[in-house]
Write a protein that binds this ligand. Structure first.
Ligand code: ADP
Ligand code: MG
Length: 288
């Protein structure tokens, strides 16, 4: 952009980076479950085979995601908190063949802007791990640490520096429901990865990785219980421009609310009233 000569009457100024990040964070981080989603997707992108999610007070006190993925070098660990810093795309052409869940390089910057984050990471070939601490968008410290191969990100006191947003959070029960729902979504889409969710010290979900050829069916059983698996109907449809696959329940097992609908497009979570309604209406008058 050409430089503009602003006279002394000008009132427009560029926001300090910390403020800009705090505002931009609103788009990425709506609630604790958004943090769970972003951190877990990063773990998946890092090739993790096992992902543990630990939360306290419905994520208001702590959201921690521990993975056994690639880990990061010391330099990358610090870089990862910068806005638009990503290892996932280099050029505009890469956008055409994106295979990762993230690529905008905004999640860690946003999360770090509105919480206190402690990231510990170690690459398999490295001797020691690296710890990076960020609070309210400011790098607080970095140094060597001992940690297993992979990455652990602990997010504490979400929105501690944005009181309006903190007050806007719903009850613990509601926020926890969103967290469980998010982990279920990601676990269903990735049956080859082992998932565990621990909330306030209790295990809410544990789905071990499976090499069963019918992996998704196994995963559904792990998440919703075996009786649900016994009443599934296979959906498998291929047209010239798309393939739809998955399972639906028999009409006897229907629930009035659509909360147990899990739809994905190429592994990405889709929440769509429209599609949800389409699935329901396909049952016609079989539903009461
Ligand atoms: P994006 O996922 O869009 O690239 P993020 O802000 O979520 O942006 O992450 C920034 C970068 O940090 C990633 O591109 C990746 O290189 C690195 N990173 C983040 N989380 C992990 C993780 N759990 N394991 C390994 N690398 C990670
Ligand atoms: Mg990401």
């Amino acid at each position: 952009m050409a430089e503009v000569d602003v006279d002394s009457g000008g009132i427009i100024r560029v926001m300090p980076e910390v403020l800009a990040n705090k505002i931009a964070a609103g788009e990425v981080v709506q609630r604790p479950s958004s943090v769970v989603k972003e951190l877990t997707e990063n773990a998946l992108d890092a090739g993790a085979s096992s992902i543990n999610v630990v939360t306290k007070a419905a994520g208001k006190e702590l959201i921690q995601v521990v993975d056994d993925g690639s880990g990061m070098s010391e330099r990358d660990a610090v870089m990862s908190f910068q806005r638009h810093a990503t290892s996932k795309i280099k050029s505009i052409d890469d956008l055409e063949r994106i295979r990762t869940l993230g690529f905008r390089g905004e999640a860690l910057a946003s999360i770090g802007a509105v919480s206190r984050v402690e990231l510990r990471t170690k690459r398999r070939e490295a001797q020691a791990g690296t710890e990076v601490r960020v609070a309210g968008g400011t790098l607080e410290g970095t140094g060597p640490c001992s940690v297993n191969d992979g990455t652990s990100v602990a997010v504490r006191n979400l929105f501690y520096n944005v009181p309006a947003r903190r007050n806007f959070l719903k009850s613990a029960a509601t926020e926890l429901r969103h967290i469980v729902d998010t982990v279920r979504f990601l676990a269903l889409a990735n049956p080859a990865v082992s998932f565990r969710l621990i909330h306030d010290g209790g295990e809410l979900l544990h789905a071990a990785a499976t090499d069963d050829p019918d992996a998704i069916r196994v995963r559904i059983g792990q998440i919703f219980g075996e009786p649900v698996v016994d009443n599934l109907v296979v959906v498998d449809e291929t047209t010239s421009y798309l393939t739809i696959s998955g399972f639906v329940g028999t009409p006897e097992n229907h629930r009035r609310s659509g909360t147990d609908q899990y739809l994905f497009v190429n592994g990405r979570i889709v929440r769509s009233r429209y599609l949800g309604h389409a699935v329901r209406s396909a049952y016609g008058n079989m539903l009461p």
